[in-house]
Design a protein around this ligand. Sequence first.
Ligand code: NAD
Length: 361
Amino acid sequence: MGRTIKIGIIGSGGIAGVHARTYKDIEDVEIVGVADIFPGRADHFIENWGLQQAVGFDDHRKLLELDLDGVSICTPNAAHYKTTLDALHAGKHVMVEKPMSVTLEEAVGMVQASKEADKMLNIGFQPRYDPNMGLIKELVQSGQLGKVYYVETGGGRRRGMPGGTFIRQEISGAGAMADIGCYSLDFALNTLGYPKPLTVSAYTSNHFGTNPKYHPEADRFDVEDFGVAMIRFENDIVLNFKTSWAMHMDSLGATMFLGTDAGLKVLPKSQGPWGGVWDGHVGAVSLFHDIQRHHTESVIPLIEHEIDVFAEKIRDFVRALREGGPAPIPGEQIVRNQAILDGILRSSQTGREVVIDIPDF
Ligand SMILES: NC(=O)c1ccc[n+]([C@@H]2O[C@H](COP(=O)([O-])OP(=O)(O)OC[C@H]3O[C@@H](n4cnc5c(N)ncnc54)[C@H](O)[C@@H]3O)[C@@H](O)[C@H]2O)c1
């Protein structure tokens, strides 16, 4: 038996339930408080999840007065920055849901605050816990592809637009690119060892979300439902990134890594109108290479597993809390992911390529 790890949850909507369920399952972890800005929602969540020992708050700053080891931030994207900063300033370790923030400036501020407070800033990208994602990274990092110079990734839902807090720019910051695109970016960048992005040229649109034929909340929809971007990185790598919540097409194509010695093609497992995006489950991986000058495609066997990637990300955060760090998926790294999302919004607004400038930490 270890000492009891005390947790607070800020934002008690959909994803907070996954956090609560897992914390409850871990021995010697106690959820001692929940905060939600919507009056009464935190109390309702506490009752719903049987967290008798927890106290509910309408203001996250009150929650942060409690004795807590770590905080799960499960608010809509636009509130990630303020709640994370308040939690770090209150001396708590933070696990914030994806995407990290809305702007690059916010992401940089969050990393700086975690350094100043000497507290962990961990970002909740659960697909990292799929062993097949690890297998792909190992393969690319092994050098078998030679020098990787071109990557293509993204995911296209034919029709999978959320509603509620996800479609208002003032609450979500952005649409499909931030909501599901951040996963593809994390997959590609983590596989490459998170190279530094230098420039972005992007286009975004919202022809589906704003059309009542396709979305029941079309009158309040003001984020992008489609986007495409060309991103240049250090070490002479380019990335073609595209994401859709809705389109008249079955797929935006495979993820591919082109190298001087071989190419790798990766397909996601999920299919159907809401499928085709990176959610932590790999469908197929093949290596394209030459053997004795013959063009060869080798199918890479996948690792069979029953890992609950959502639960694993919470467990890893708790492990890090017990061991005193480091953050399993550090803000310092994900700031590069956020920098691309920020660059996409800036570039699509101006119709020009923009430069990405990330300070050294
Ligand atoms: N990792 C995943 O697979 C995954 C899945 C879904 C959502 N998410 C992310 O989780 C976050 C929340 O998504 P959701 O689906 O749970 O949204 P949601 O709208 O269901 O819940 C958000 C809750 O936060 C509350 N809230 C808003 N501002 C607040 C503030 N300042 N302080 C306290 N509470 C506040 C709202 O009242 C609401 O109850 C988003 O960033 C989203 O991108 C991640």
